[in-house]
Write a protein that binds this ligand. Structure first.
Ligand SMILES: [Zn+2]
Length: 258
């Protein structure tokens, strides 16, 4: 059974002491491929460096909405340079975050739109971070040139209401499910994961955050993807092998993994 963690921050300091061991544990758990998204321009160097060091580890380059306060259009040129690297498979994570007051909305819009344009130009999928900003995310996606492309990208750690799921799917996006799918209180999220098309679902940890049950309270890591896969299998009434086969094929197709 092979799984892919399409969103883990393995470059973060929480993994400085045991990064190689974490990746080895993931492989032993069947999670043979991982994608590390970047959060700002400086961080793009880090994700590329980690991806270069390990087989099966890929990365995305982009500027997270919380890091867009100083966004300038010329930052796109730097991102374009990073995206040239063979281990870069996506532009991300990009999007809107209204939970933390780190960057004015107008700056978040500008950075999101510019980066979507770059993804379109480079024919790369995008990894979307959306926190309490669903309506504006959907509006900006609808206006972007990515719309309707089958490989538009993924709504990372999906947690929005059902109508947003419907609209994101209609726009060509996949939905990524993380640890919260296993949380007791997340019945609404499980209901959504139960009846959307299986060929639009990705599994992610968002490690070191969002640790799934039964590991909740510990640092999250890619070897915990099977817990999310098992929950999804349970919710959909299919085998965990079928979940693994489908989600792995989805990730390979979307990100063009080898
Ligand atoms: Zn993330």
């Amino acid at each position: 059974m092979l799984l892919i963690d399409t969103h883990c921050h393995l470059d973060f300091h929480q993994f400085n002491d045991d990064r190689a061991a974490v990746i080895e544990r993931a492989r032993e758990a069947g999670v043979t491929r991982m994608i590390i998204p970047a959060v700002d321009l400086h961080n793009c160097h880090d994700v590329i460096r980690v991806a270069e060091q390990f087989e099966g580890v890929y990365c995305a380059v982009g500027v997270h909405p919380n890091s867009t306060a100083g966004w300038e259009s010329r930052d796109i040129d730097e991102l374009r340079g990073f995206a040239d690297h063979p281990k870069v498979v996506s532009i991300g994570e990009i999007g809107l975050d209204y939970h933390w007051d780190k960057s004015p909305k107008e700056m978040q819009f500008k950075a999101f739109i510019d980066q979507m344009q770059l993804a379109h130009e480079l024919d790369l999928p995008i990894i979307i971070h959306n926190r309490e900003a669903s309506l504006d995310v959907i509006r900006l996606l609808s206006e972007s040139p990515l719309v309707g492309k089958w490989n538009a990208g993924v709504m990372h750690s999906f947690s929005a209401p059902r109508p947003i799921a419907r609209q994101a799917l209609d726009l060509g996006f996949h939905l990524g499910f993380t640890g919260p799918l296993t949380f007791k209180k997340a019945q609404a999220l499980r209901d959504i994961s139960a009846d959307i098309p299986l060929d639009r679902i990705l599994l992610e940890t968002d490690a070191p955050f969002l640790t799934p049950e039964p590991k909740r309270g510990k640092r999250n890591e890619p070897s915990y993807v099977p817990h999310i896969a098992a929950k999804l299998a349970d919710v959909r009434g299919i085998s965990v092998e079928d979940v693994a086969t489908a989600t792995t094929a989805n990730a390979v197709r979307l990100f063009g993994l080898t």
